[in-house]
Design a protein around this ligand. Sequence first.
Ligand code: PDD
Length: 280
Amino acid sequence: RTAYVNGAYVRQSEAVVSIEDRGYQFADAVYEVWSVFDGRLADLEGHLNRLERSLGELKIATPMPRNSLLVVLNEVVRRNRVREGMVYLQISRGVAPRDHVFPENVRPAMVVTARPVDRDAAAKKALTGIKAKSMPDIRWGRCDIKTVGLLPNVLAKQAAKEDGAGEVIFVDKNGYVTEGGSTNVYMVDADGIILTRDLKANILAGVTRLTLLDMVSDTGLEIRQVAFTLEAAKAASEVFITAATSLVMPIVAIDGHPVGEGKPGPVASALRDSYISHAR
Ligand code: PDD
Protein backbone atom coordinates (compact mmCIF):
# COMPACT_ATOMS: atom_id res chain seq x y z
CA ARG A 1 0.00 0.00 0.00
CA THR A 2 1.00 3.60 -0.66
CA ALA A 3 0.15 6.51 1.61
CA TYR A 4 0.43 10.25 1.12
CA VAL A 5 2.24 11.80 4.10
CA ASN A 6 3.01 15.51 4.21
CA GLY A 7 4.00 15.99 0.60
CA ALA A 8 5.32 12.55 -0.31
CA TYR A 9 3.91 9.24 -1.51
CA VAL A 10 5.50 6.57 0.66
CA ARG A 11 5.21 2.88 1.31
CA GLN A 12 2.47 2.71 3.97
CA SER A 13 4.32 0.18 6.12
CA GLU A 14 7.21 2.64 6.34
CA ALA A 15 5.16 5.83 6.69
CA VAL A 16 5.78 7.82 9.86
CA VAL A 17 4.45 10.95 11.54
CA SER A 18 6.02 12.95 14.35
CA ILE A 19 5.46 11.91 17.97
CA GLU A 20 4.68 15.59 18.57
CA ASP A 21 1.90 15.68 16.01
CA ARG A 22 -1.04 17.37 17.75
CA GLY A 23 -3.38 14.80 16.27
CA TYR A 24 -1.49 12.18 18.26
CA GLN A 25 -1.25 14.18 21.48
CA PHE A 26 -4.55 16.09 21.60
CA ALA A 27 -6.78 14.58 18.90
CA ASP A 28 -6.32 18.07 17.43
CA ALA A 29 -7.15 16.85 13.93
CA VAL A 30 -10.03 16.29 11.55
CA TYR A 31 -10.72 13.52 9.06
CA GLU A 32 -12.90 12.42 6.17
CA VAL A 33 -13.78 9.03 4.70
CA TRP A 34 -14.89 8.57 1.09
CA SER A 35 -16.22 5.45 -0.53
CA VAL A 36 -14.67 4.62 -3.89
CA PHE A 37 -16.81 3.14 -6.67
CA ASP A 38 -15.15 2.13 -9.90
CA GLY A 39 -12.05 4.15 -8.96
CA ARG A 40 -13.99 7.35 -8.28
CA LEU A 41 -14.65 9.06 -4.94
CA ALA A 42 -18.37 9.16 -4.16
CA ASP A 43 -19.88 12.42 -2.91
CA LEU A 44 -16.51 14.07 -3.47
CA GLU A 45 -17.73 17.66 -3.09
CA GLY A 46 -19.90 16.97 -0.06
CA HIS A 47 -16.97 15.56 1.89
CA LEU A 48 -14.67 18.40 0.80
CA ASN A 49 -17.28 20.94 1.89
CA ARG A 50 -17.55 19.31 5.31
CA LEU A 51 -13.76 19.02 5.61
CA GLU A 52 -13.40 22.75 5.00
CA ARG A 53 -16.07 23.43 7.60
CA SER A 54 -14.38 21.17 10.20
CA LEU A 55 -11.02 22.89 9.58
CA GLY A 56 -12.68 26.30 9.84
CA GLU A 57 -14.44 25.49 13.11
CA LEU A 58 -11.08 24.43 14.64
CA LYS A 59 -9.07 27.22 12.97
CA ILE A 60 -6.74 24.64 11.42
CA ALA A 61 -5.15 26.01 8.25
CA THR A 62 -6.08 24.36 4.95
CA PRO A 63 -2.95 22.47 3.87
CA MET A 64 -3.55 23.00 0.15
CA PRO A 65 -6.18 24.34 -2.23
CA ARG A 66 -9.12 22.09 -3.13
CA ASN A 67 -7.75 21.30 -6.61
CA SER A 68 -4.46 20.04 -5.19
CA LEU A 69 -6.27 18.04 -2.55
CA LEU A 70 -8.27 16.40 -5.30
CA VAL A 71 -5.10 15.47 -7.13
CA VAL A 72 -3.67 13.86 -3.97
CA LEU A 73 -6.86 11.91 -3.21
CA ASN A 74 -7.08 10.54 -6.74
CA GLU A 75 -3.37 9.79 -6.83
CA VAL A 76 -3.59 7.69 -3.66
CA VAL A 77 -6.52 5.77 -5.18
CA ARG A 78 -4.56 5.27 -8.41
CA ARG A 79 -1.31 4.20 -6.75
CA ASN A 80 -3.17 1.63 -4.68
CA ARG A 81 -5.15 0.44 -7.70
CA VAL A 82 -8.37 0.76 -5.72
CA ARG A 83 -11.49 0.25 -7.84
CA GLU A 84 -13.92 -0.54 -5.03
CA GLY A 85 -12.81 0.76 -1.67
CA MET A 86 -12.37 3.74 0.55
CA VAL A 87 -10.11 6.72 1.14
CA TYR A 88 -9.11 8.12 4.53
CA LEU A 89 -7.84 11.68 4.93
CA GLN A 90 -6.57 13.18 8.17
CA ILE A 91 -5.37 16.73 8.77
CA SER A 92 -3.92 17.73 12.13
CA ARG A 93 -3.03 21.21 13.34
CA GLY A 94 0.61 20.21 12.95
CA VAL A 95 3.75 19.36 14.89
CA ALA A 96 4.95 21.44 17.85
CA PRO A 97 6.31 21.01 21.40
CA ARG A 98 3.40 19.88 23.56
CA ASP A 99 1.34 22.83 24.77
CA HIS A 100 -2.45 22.95 24.80
CA VAL A 101 -2.79 26.36 23.17
CA PHE A 102 -2.37 26.67 19.41
CA PRO A 103 1.30 26.86 18.39
CA GLU A 104 2.35 29.80 16.23
CA ASN A 105 3.60 29.30 12.68
CA VAL A 106 2.65 25.66 12.57
CA ARG A 107 1.92 23.90 9.28
CA PRO A 108 -0.97 21.41 9.18
CA ALA A 109 0.03 17.76 8.77
CA MET A 110 -1.85 15.64 6.25
CA VAL A 111 -2.12 11.93 5.64
CA VAL A 112 -4.14 10.05 2.99
CA THR A 113 -4.59 6.29 2.70
CA ALA A 114 -6.78 4.08 0.52
CA ARG A 115 -7.84 0.48 0.70
CA PRO A 116 -10.10 -1.92 -1.16
CA VAL A 117 -13.54 -2.97 0.11
CA ASP A 118 -15.27 -6.26 -0.64
CA ARG A 119 -18.56 -5.02 -2.11
CA ASP A 120 -19.97 -8.55 -2.41
CA ALA A 121 -19.46 -9.18 1.30
CA ALA A 122 -21.05 -5.80 2.07
CA ALA A 123 -24.03 -6.59 -0.17
CA LYS A 124 -24.51 -9.91 1.62
CA LYS A 125 -24.40 -8.15 4.97
CA ALA A 126 -27.04 -5.68 3.77
CA LEU A 127 -29.33 -8.60 2.86
CA THR A 128 -29.37 -9.82 6.46
CA GLY A 129 -28.90 -6.44 8.16
CA ILE A 130 -27.05 -5.85 11.40
CA LYS A 131 -27.93 -5.59 15.10
CA ALA A 132 -27.49 -2.42 17.13
CA LYS A 133 -26.89 -1.66 20.80
CA SER A 134 -28.15 1.55 22.38
CA MET A 135 -25.70 3.49 24.53
CA PRO A 136 -25.89 6.83 26.35
CA ASP A 137 -24.39 9.57 24.21
CA ILE A 138 -21.56 10.76 26.47
CA ARG A 139 -19.69 12.63 23.72
CA TRP A 140 -18.82 16.33 23.72
CA GLY A 141 -21.13 19.04 22.42
CA ARG A 142 -19.42 19.52 19.06
CA CYS A 143 -20.03 16.22 17.30
CA ASP A 144 -20.82 18.32 14.20
CA ILE A 145 -17.04 18.66 13.74
CA LYS A 146 -15.45 15.53 12.28
CA THR A 147 -12.49 15.27 14.65
CA VAL A 148 -10.36 12.19 15.32
CA GLY A 149 -11.34 12.45 19.01
CA LEU A 150 -13.35 9.24 18.80
CA LEU A 151 -12.69 7.50 22.13
CA PRO A 152 -16.37 7.48 23.23
CA ASN A 153 -17.27 6.03 19.83
CA VAL A 154 -14.49 3.45 20.10
CA LEU A 155 -15.62 2.32 23.56
CA ALA A 156 -19.28 2.21 22.58
CA LYS A 157 -18.62 0.29 19.37
CA GLN A 158 -16.46 -2.19 21.28
CA ALA A 159 -19.26 -2.69 23.84
CA ALA A 160 -21.67 -3.26 20.93
CA LYS A 161 -19.34 -5.81 19.39
CA GLU A 162 -19.07 -7.66 22.71
CA ASP A 163 -22.89 -7.84 22.66
CA GLY A 164 -22.89 -9.26 19.14
CA ALA A 165 -24.01 -5.95 17.61
CA GLY A 166 -22.49 -4.19 14.61
CA GLU A 167 -23.37 -0.61 15.49
CA VAL A 168 -24.20 1.66 18.40
CA ILE A 169 -27.27 3.85 18.62
CA PHE A 170 -26.39 6.86 20.76
CA VAL A 171 -29.24 8.18 22.92
CA ASP A 172 -29.21 11.62 24.55
CA LYS A 173 -30.21 12.26 28.17
CA ASN A 174 -33.83 12.90 27.13
CA GLY A 175 -34.15 9.50 25.48
CA TYR A 176 -33.81 10.72 21.90
CA VAL A 177 -31.58 9.04 19.33
CA THR A 178 -28.72 11.26 18.17
CA GLU A 179 -26.71 9.15 15.70
CA GLY A 180 -24.71 5.95 15.44
CA GLY A 181 -21.16 5.21 16.60
CA SER A 182 -19.93 6.00 13.09
CA THR A 183 -23.20 6.48 11.19
CA ASN A 184 -26.43 8.49 11.05
CA VAL A 185 -29.61 6.72 12.21
CA TYR A 186 -33.10 6.68 10.64
CA MET A 187 -36.46 5.11 11.47
CA VAL A 188 -39.62 4.63 9.43
CA ASP A 189 -42.73 5.71 11.33
CA ALA A 190 -46.30 4.31 11.19
CA ASP A 191 -47.13 6.58 8.23
CA GLY A 192 -44.10 5.37 6.29
CA ILE A 193 -42.25 8.64 6.83
CA ILE A 194 -38.50 8.44 7.38
CA LEU A 195 -37.22 10.28 10.45
CA THR A 196 -33.64 11.26 11.19
CA ARG A 197 -32.30 13.58 13.89
CA ASP A 198 -32.06 17.26 12.99
CA LEU A 199 -28.66 18.97 12.93
CA LYS A 200 -29.54 21.31 15.81
CA ALA A 201 -28.51 18.38 18.02
CA ASN A 202 -24.91 19.00 16.87
CA ILE A 203 -24.61 15.53 15.38
CA LEU A 204 -22.39 14.97 12.38
CA ALA A 205 -23.96 16.20 9.14
CA GLY A 206 -23.40 12.94 7.29
CA VAL A 207 -22.63 13.40 3.63
CA THR A 208 -24.49 10.17 2.87
CA ARG A 209 -27.38 11.61 4.91
CA LEU A 210 -27.30 14.78 2.80
CA THR A 211 -27.37 12.76 -0.42
CA LEU A 212 -30.26 10.68 0.94
CA LEU A 213 -32.22 13.85 1.79
CA ASP A 214 -31.77 14.94 -1.84
CA MET A 215 -32.53 11.50 -3.25
CA VAL A 216 -35.79 10.73 -1.46
CA SER A 217 -37.69 13.49 -3.22
CA ASP A 218 -37.28 11.52 -6.49
CA THR A 219 -38.39 8.23 -4.90
CA GLY A 220 -41.75 9.42 -3.58
CA LEU A 221 -40.60 8.83 -0.03
CA GLU A 222 -40.77 11.52 2.62
CA ILE A 223 -38.03 12.25 5.11
CA ARG A 224 -38.20 14.56 8.13
CA GLN A 225 -35.34 15.86 10.22
CA VAL A 226 -36.79 15.52 13.69
CA ALA A 227 -35.92 13.96 17.05
CA PHE A 228 -37.30 10.47 17.81
CA THR A 229 -36.90 8.35 20.92
CA LEU A 230 -35.11 5.04 21.26
CA GLU A 231 -38.51 3.55 22.19
CA ALA A 232 -39.99 4.80 18.91
CA ALA A 233 -37.07 3.32 17.00
CA LYS A 234 -37.57 -0.03 18.71
CA ALA A 235 -41.24 0.03 17.69
CA ALA A 236 -40.56 1.24 14.12
CA SER A 237 -41.23 -0.85 11.02
CA GLU A 238 -37.65 -0.15 9.89
CA VAL A 239 -34.45 1.32 11.25
CA PHE A 240 -31.33 1.89 9.17
CA ILE A 241 -28.00 3.68 9.26
CA THR A 242 -25.90 5.52 6.68
CA ALA A 243 -22.22 6.36 6.30
CA ALA A 244 -19.55 6.43 3.61
CA THR A 245 -18.42 3.04 4.96
CA SER A 246 -21.70 1.14 5.38
CA LEU A 247 -23.62 3.16 2.73
CA VAL A 248 -27.22 2.28 3.74
CA MET A 249 -27.42 -0.62 6.21
CA PRO A 250 -30.61 -2.05 7.75
CA ILE A 251 -30.77 -2.47 11.55
CA VAL A 252 -32.78 -5.61 12.27
CA ALA A 253 -32.57 -5.64 16.07
CA ILE A 254 -31.97 -3.10 18.84
CA ASP A 255 -30.83 -4.32 22.26
CA GLY A 256 -31.95 -7.81 21.35
CA HIS A 257 -35.49 -6.78 20.26
CA PRO A 258 -36.30 -7.35 16.59
CA VAL A 259 -37.10 -4.24 14.55
CA GLY A 260 -40.23 -4.78 12.46
CA GLU A 261 -40.08 -8.32 11.17
CA GLY A 262 -36.46 -8.65 12.20
CA LYS A 263 -35.24 -8.47 8.65
CA PRO A 264 -34.31 -5.66 6.22
CA GLY A 265 -37.35 -3.67 5.08
CA PRO A 266 -38.30 -2.22 1.70
CA VAL A 267 -37.37 1.40 2.46
CA ALA A 268 -33.79 0.67 3.53
CA SER A 269 -33.29 -1.77 0.69
CA ALA A 270 -34.60 0.68 -1.92
CA LEU A 271 -32.48 3.51 -0.52
CA ARG A 272 -29.38 1.34 -0.49
CA ASP A 273 -29.92 0.57 -4.18
CA SER A 274 -30.55 4.24 -5.02
CA TYR A 275 -27.48 5.35 -3.11
CA ILE A 276 -25.25 2.86 -4.87
CA SER A 277 -26.64 3.90 -8.27
CA HIS A 278 -25.94 7.50 -7.35
CA ALA A 279 -22.39 6.67 -6.22
CA ARG A 280 -21.67 4.71 -9.40
N1 PDD B 1 -18.01 7.97 10.03
N2 PDD B 1 -21.93 10.06 12.38
C1 PDD B 1 -20.70 9.74 12.83
C2 PDD B 1 -20.42 9.85 14.28
C3 PDD B 1 -19.72 9.31 11.92
O1 PDD B 1 -18.49 9.00 12.38
C4 PDD B 1 -20.04 9.19 10.55
C5 PDD B 1 -19.04 8.75 9.53
C6 PDD B 1 -21.33 9.51 10.13
C7 PDD B 1 -21.77 9.42 8.68
O2 PDD B 1 -21.15 10.42 7.88
P1 PDD B 1 -20.89 10.19 6.32
O3 PDD B 1 -22.20 9.81 5.72
O4 PDD B 1 -20.43 11.51 5.85
O5 PDD B 1 -19.86 9.10 6.21
C8 PDD B 1 -22.24 9.97 11.07
C9 PDD B 1 -16.89 7.59 9.18
C10 PDD B 1 -17.30 6.86 7.96
C11 PDD B 1 -15.89 6.84 10.05
O6 PDD B 1 -15.66 7.31 11.15
O7 PDD B 1 -15.36 5.83 9.62
